[in-house]
Design a protein around this ligand. Structure first.
Ligand code: FA5
Length: 334
């Protein structure tokens, strides 16, 4: 046993010479399962003579390792203090840990929700994986209707599709809730489209729906004017022009006077002074019917806008793809 410990001592010496008092050496011999720790633990079971001899040797090795570890520690500590000493200024403010923050689209979505909630609208969600019935048929877009081409669709293997707009939630909500009702539906939608500076294949839409006994286009104009005024924090003009959507009649596209140039004409608005932000219209009787409501009893308007385009206008952003690029130079500005 004595020879064992002697050769262990030599081995340790060699290692200390090579590595110095490293944490690795310390753990190997003096850690909870270290060789020396175990030997020291087993001493109590040995006859006295052997215990004394072995104990002495084991403790010598232990001390040697501890000494090497300690001196190694001080060496690095000293070196550290020496280089810092000359420049150490305790008055320099500490480095602020950088915190994450919300994505600009999340911030905008919350702002939109707050404005509409203050006008009595409820915020509603709906499934992103949708049935063809709700995304198309119930919205008066039967199979083979050419209007389906307007929304290039990702079809899934499970027979569902990724919703191409938030309009299906109109039907889902009216099936379960009786008018009068006022809702907005913010959420992601997906389109099988090539991307460019104003088109993404995933975008955030905000659907709006108001249904009551007597609801008119004038109502819609008042609500949307108030919304734009509060979102852009300035007076913006709104323009409705005739458009076509199978689920509204009449339908219109909603443009606002360009916030960048004030309507004078600039590259952002392609010199027209107007920027198109939403599709809208009066709810088509077939949509009421498909939602289980009696069409002649109700009137309603609906709209759907792209949140990206709204935020782009507000902050003069010239490429929609920046939102999902993960580029911190862009994101850190919000
Ligand atoms: C629709 O999706 C209709 N559901 C809107 C609607 C709702 C009409 C209710 C009537 C009643 P459209 O495909 O035009 O319509 O899209 C609406 C808005 O989404 C557009 O005005 C635009 O702001 C935004 N948008 C559409 N496609 C993209 C895209 N690829 N990238 C970014 N924004 C887009």
């Amino acid at each position: 046993m004595k020879t064992d410990l002697n050769s262990l001592k030599n081995q340790v010496k060699e290692e200390l010479k090579k590595e110095g008092g490293s944490l690795g050496v310390y753990r190997k011999y003096l850690g909870p399962k270290g060789e020396i720790t175990q030997i020291l633990r087993s001493l109590k079971d040995l006859p006295e003579k052997e215990r004394k001899e072995k104990g002495k040797l084991a403790n010598e090795i232990k001390n040697e390792i501890e000494k090497a570890v300690e001196s190694g520690k001080y060496k690095t500590r000293d070196a550290k203090y020496k280089t810092q000493d000359a420049h150490f200024d305790i008055t320099v403010p500490g480095k602020k840990p950088s915190l994450g923050h919300l994505h600009p689209l999340t911030l905008a979505r919350r702002e939109v929700e707050e404005i509409f909630e203050s006008m009595g609208f409820s915020v509603i969600g709906g499934p992103e994986m949708e049935k063809e019935w709700y995304n198309f048929d119930a919205l008066n877009i039967p199979k083979d209707h050419p209007a389906r081409d307007q929304w290039d669709t990702f079809y899934l293997k499970n027979g569902l599709l990724l919703r191409t707009h938030t309009s299906p939630v109109q039907v889902r909500y009216m099936e379960k809730n009786n008018p009068p009702l006022r809702i907005i539906v913010p959420g992601p939608v997906f389109r099988h489209e090539a991307t460019d500076i104003s088109h993404e294949f995933e975008l955030m839409q905000v659907e709006g729906l108001m249904v009551d006994k007597t609801v008119s286009v004038a109502n819609f104009k008042a609500v949307i004017d108030e919304f734009f005024r509060r979102f852009f924090k300035k007076d913006v003009k709104t323009r409705l022009r005739q458009d076509f959507f199978p689920f509204t009649e009449p339908s219109f596209d909603v443009s606002i006077s360009c916030v960048v140039c004030g309507g004078k004409g600039c590259p952002t608005c392609k010199k027209s002074g107007w920027v198109e932000l939403a599709g809208a219209g009066m709810v088509h009787p077939n949509v009421f019917k498909n939602s289980g409501l009696i069409p002649k009893d109700w009137q309603g308007w609906a709209f759907g806008f792209g949140l990206e385009r709204l935020v782009m206008m507000k902050y003069k952003i010239n490429d929609v793809r920046l939102f999902r690029s993960g580029d911190l130079r862009f994101l850190n500005q919000f």
